[in-house]
Design a protein around this ligand. Sequence first.
Ligand code: SF4
Length: 373
Amino acid sequence: MGDFPLSRLTHAGLGDLAEKLDAGVRLDLADGVRLFGSRDVLAVGWLANRERERRHGRRTYFNYNIRLEATNVCVASCLFCSFARLKPGDPGAYTMSLEEAWDKLRRRSHQPLTEVHVVNGLHPDLPFEYYTELLRGFKRIRPEVHLKCFTAVEIAFFADLYGMSDEQVLRELMAAGLDSLPGGGAEIFAERVRRKIAHDKCGTERYLDIHRVAHRLGLRSNVTMLYGHIETAEERVDHMLRARRLQDETGGFQAFIPLAFHPDNNQMRQLPAPSATDTLQVHAVARLMLDNIAHVKAFWIATGVEVAQTALWFGVDDLDGTVQEEKIYHMAGARTPEAMTTREIARLIRAAGREPVERDTLYNEVRSAQVVW
Ligand code: SF4
């Protein structure tokens, strides 16, 4: 992007924020709200891109993963969810047998994937052994594959259902092969919104505490934010700041992942989907507020491939993975493909003027930009 005229930043009302960033002073709630209020999205993007390039230069990460949702039966009733079916036997409800789930990995024995990402509905009747066996089976099939499984919401649900502490659940899952936690289930931390859109699953404090415990036990994790529904700019920034505070304490978050709300087939279908501009601004503000989280990821399944590509100039340095067989967003109307090959992802990163780097879940380099995909 080169140098951005100071006069333009000043005109956008962001000159003092640029100075704060230059001086290494942290942005606060009011600063974040002003960034969201700015109508000069290019100025906000330029500031975010500067922070992105300070950390990562042109490097842009992605990984080779599969995503698996073993069941969509769920006792919760989040208003934005198009994936869950409340009871076993409801039309569209499914629960994979362990063999079916393992088969998804077995059938890919020829693929050099590095991660299996599992998230599920909150199934009231499965035994805990279903989950520990699921992990053990994956490790038997591919011992080297990283298992990033179960959101904090699922961990809380397991603890309550099976009469264990959150820490016990985490320890048992780790003993079975769990390597890290995904960031799902964060939605919006502000209680006003959470009460309305996700009233019957684990609350904000418990979500954050489960990540705190996980980090103490040596697991890394991510943190997400569902945006573009009924939340205010202030609630978005508050969400980012709560993640930032925990990160100050533990340092265990690897990436912040904004997730675009999709309005099809759920109870909030009267709302419009977030615009591309809003998506770019959310990722940019996240990069600027979260000075202590290394990566900001655009989940291309949710944003759309073209917007994700553009976001690489708005603070984003990670495009998630190849993501085969994604269901959660496609049941909410996403028209993106369900999977891209590493070659396709690398090509779209290059086309955006960035350098593709295939990483593993912990951001170790698997293949670098030097490799011709
Ligand atoms: S978002 Fe998760 S917890 Fe909420 S209803 Fe859907 S599957 Fe269940």
